[in-house]
Ligand binder design. Sequence first.
Ligand code: PEP
Ligand code: MN
Length: 333
Amino acid sequence: MVIVMKPSAPREMVDKIKRKMVSLGCDVHESVGKGQTILGLVGDTRLINPSQIEANVYVEKLLRVSHPFKLASRTFHPEDTVVKINGVSIGNGSLIVAAGPCAVESEDHLMEVASEIRKSGASMIRGGAFKPRTSPYSFQGLGEDGLKYLKKAKEATGMPVVSEAMDQTMFDMVEEYVDMIQIGARNMQNFALLKQAGKSKKPILLKRGMSATIEEFLMSAEYILAHGNPNVVLCERGIRTYETYTRNTLDLSAVPVIKELSHLPIMVDPSHGTGKWTLVEPMAKAAVAVGADGLMIEVHNQPEEAFSDGAQSLKYDNFQRMMDTVQKIYAVR
Ligand code: PEP
Ligand code: MN
């Protein structure tokens, strides 16, 4: 339930209603928009009498939220949320590109890739230190050493870093080194991990599960918000369909759908979304055109030698070209 207050409502009245709602057993989330205060009620709203609230002259209207997600819903929070990642803001009018290798491979390699992507205008470094691989025999990541190299690359370039925490045992360690913690597609419904992310002070990048509906995706974001962390960025990275030509089917319609349903920023990852480097630039352009706040792009100096996901990694010159084009699209969209 959402109580929209009239612009003329005095502060004392807003506070009085908030106290009353809390006394009836629900949590109240206040959001102050342009000239309007909105009170979003979560939890048990059974004791609330809607006609009593509507009788208050300072109440504009009462809305029932028809979605199961509340804190993630635009009805609760009409203004776009801006997430700040150590100096980089996502969701407030500039295109954020997180780029880098699929996996951190060595200190020198990461330093080189980081300095190249910065020259092309990237705003963040991505790179996995713990890799969720389909095969137990594939490269699993450098672990804590990888996190150390990410921190060094951040210090050398000034760009914040994002890296994945695959489970609860490693969460605190990842949190210590990085600026933004990624929860990968395979963990989108790891509810224990989502609760832990909700207790973190750092922003979370939540990737869409490969067979998750948009509603399930937003419910996972709701877990993080409900546990106290308001800094969630969503990432569409493709879903599994009957199509096998591409690694996944990049669901770009999810971007405008999520913009309607939610106030959270959304990025698109056309690298995992397509699995083929030739498709990364076209889908990045499309993603920006449909409203993405940011992109996540895998970049490698020698994709044929990459420890993982070489087939979908852009070389520096192609990354540069993609950056130039997407910035032009962003400027006119
Ligand atoms: C990644 O970004 O490193 C990754 C593994 O992506 P996803 O979880 O989307 O597969
Ligand atoms: Mn990858």
